[in-house]
Design a protein around this ligand. Structure first.
Ligand code: SF4
Length: 75
């Protein structure tokens, strides 16, 4: 957006606190752009078809929606 690549990107998790840093290269930026376009396309397709299938994983154990999630027996 600004016409130049960031020198570094950081994800700050304030509670722990943990900082994850990475150096952005033209290759990683291009890969992230492609991933973002793909995810956005999947979101648009899900909205058009109203197909929002749950995807289970380790984070389900912390999910507030688990009692109402179809993957765990909710209708
Ligand atoms: S329990 Fe939560 S995180 Fe797991 S599949 Fe259902 S909605 Fe997604």
């Amino acid at each position: 957006m600004l016409g130049r690549a960031p020198a570094e990107v950081r994800l700050l998790h304030l509670r722990d606190p943990v900082t994850i840093s990475a150096v952005a290269t033209p290759q990683t930026i291009r890969g992230q752009q492609q991933r973002t376009v793909a995810v956005w396309g999947a979101i648009e397709r899900a909205c058009e078809t109203e197909d929002f299938r749950p995807k289970t994983g380790p984070l389900c154990n912390f999910c507030h929606f688990k009692p109402s999630c179809p993957a765990f027996g909710a209708a």
